[in-house]
Design a protein around this ligand. Sequence first.
Ligand code: DCP
Length: 706
Amino acid sequence: MPVATRETSDARIIAHVDMDCFYVQVEQRKQPSLRGLPTAVIQYNSYKGGALIAVSYEARKYGVKRSMRGDEAQEVCPQIQLVQVPVARGKADLNTYRNAGSEVVSVLASKGRCERASIDEVYMDLTEAAEAMLKESSPENLDDIHEEVLKSHVLGLHVEDERDAKREVRKWLCRSDADYHDKLLACGAIIVAELRMQVLKETEFTCSAGIAHNKMLAKLASAMNKPAQQTIVPRSSVKGLLESFPIKKMKQLGGKLGSSLQSDLGVNTVGELLKFSEEKLQQRYGINTGTWLWNIARGINGEEVEGRLLPKSHGSGKTFPGPQALKTISSVQHWLNQLCEELSERLQSDLDQNKRIARTLTLHARTYKGDSDSHKNFPSKSCPLRYGAAKIQEDAINLFQAGLREYIGFHNNKSQGSQNSSWGITSLSVGASKMVNIPSGTHSIVKYFGGQLPPSSSLKQPPENVIHEAAPSSPSGSESCSGLNSYESQLGYPEEDTRVKYLKASFGEQLQDSSCDLSRQGDGLTEESPLSSSQAFHSWNENGTTEREAQPEPKRIHAIPTLKAVVKKNTAKEKGNCSILELFKNYSDQCTSSEKQHATNAQTGKTSSIGSESNYNSDSTCNQVESLKEIYCEAIGTNNRGSSSTQAVEGRPSWSYRMEEIDPSVVDELPPEIQQEFRAWLRPLKRPNVVKRGSIITHYFSGNKN
Ligand code: DCP
């Protein structure tokens, strides 16, 4: 549901920049011979010539529309050039378009705070830039105003003869009696026109823009004059703009809420909402939504430009229309594997480039409506996200199975793998959301392992908060299924205090599982209503693929590198240069060397194959963390890894590690109280024989409270 945000009384200058027929422009840049020709980009499947997803303005003149298929477009415009979207893994590969969008954003970001709202849309807060311009030189004093600015459309500006339009716009921009809001808008228009020209110069793409005092109005305006034009919304023209604006075309009113306004209140335009008091709207739609509706009727919208150049989530999906509907688990598994591989690559790429991790995996599916299930939607399902393609694939199929059980009922699901007539999947998608930054400074190690944030002080927080933070937000429909058990049941320490559980889950337990299960906190499965799940991916959910090679699948075995080998390697290559980010990045892929191999090495008295580039790269900080754990295990005289690793630990030659050989940043990133104890342990050749009872580290790794 929309949430009302109060607008400040200060004038803001917000622009919404929207690329023109974006995919077509990207294809035309690739093939310049297509420029100026009626062109459309079509989906990869060949059914009736493929679905059109982007149509050039030249083709639109012939009546070609996005709702058409290629065959139909050719009927109305025989000379149309149809370009197929790139394909990878049997589905559209949007990477080129995504990268092209990023090029545009990096040009725009030079002038003000940008929020990337979709693959080809950006909001900008230009208030500061406009204020600075106004301070320096008011538009009325400008002698030279670029043609591009003069081509602006000013809503409410009456132009009798189109030939006079530029002159009228100049007059409007340069009015000495304009109020402060309009003067700022004029400055905003000049800045946006400059930016659009710069985008064209640097990327060869044209775009359109709306310039207004808030996001809602800027967005409405950007679509009003396309392509390659800009529209200004002075405050005085807001009422006129909204009066006749169709209610269903407003952002967030295209669905049920908009339909309810039409059918229940008889409201078809935004202006018609003005008839209703705020109380009345609140009674009907709740306090927040009621106020939001009351506000939008008046063009009030205090929503901030978020300052986000990156997507809030990643998604990968595919549709299976009509006869292509998937009717067996194995076919679903096949496609989920493709989608998850793509998702995994993009998550890895995001991690590499932006130092972010996603915390929630969600599966959405749509089914064709059979007779018996016509009232039912396939329930979307979420669980904590584990890195590595294999884990994402495993979790996604489990989510699917859980959704399917619910969708058709458990008994009907017994015929798994065989052809069935009771369900058919017409669309599948996996999404990764709840992106969090991994700070390169302190306190990231716990985050690294648990995706949660405990700076040292937060270890003293009420632990429930921390644990629940990791849980998927929807409280409903929690369900366990294989591999997706709840946090509590997985830890299996019913008597322990929650803080210890948290620490174990965040760090100790994770260390024991070198398959790097980063996500088994929080509820295992969470049901999401289709509405909330789609909202979760609402804000620029990147769909598509990257060009990166798939990461090698992590093996499900424990890596137990010897510290000696690790420090040797790291002091040679990485000393003083490791980060928890790198640690995280490599953990799931690299803390996976063969336990068998390790055991063999241990038995033969060799150090492990840690030095082998095939298993570890130079970023072996994960091994250092592993080593810290080992030091601890040794010190307390226990093998904390589980029986399968015992042999390796026992067979390891004794170590003579020195503090200076350990990359300090690994220790530095532990909470301070833990660091202190580790440092004591790591003193050259002076490790304590016995762990002090009640030691914090004991709690930290083992949960032993005695
Ligand atoms: N797109 C898509 N499938 C859709 C809608 C859009 O794949 N159903 C892709 C192709 C578009 C791009 O997203 O080029 C941006 O979508 P827009 O709605 O902004 O449309 P265009 O940029 O193509 O045209 P316009 O100039 O009208 O904004």
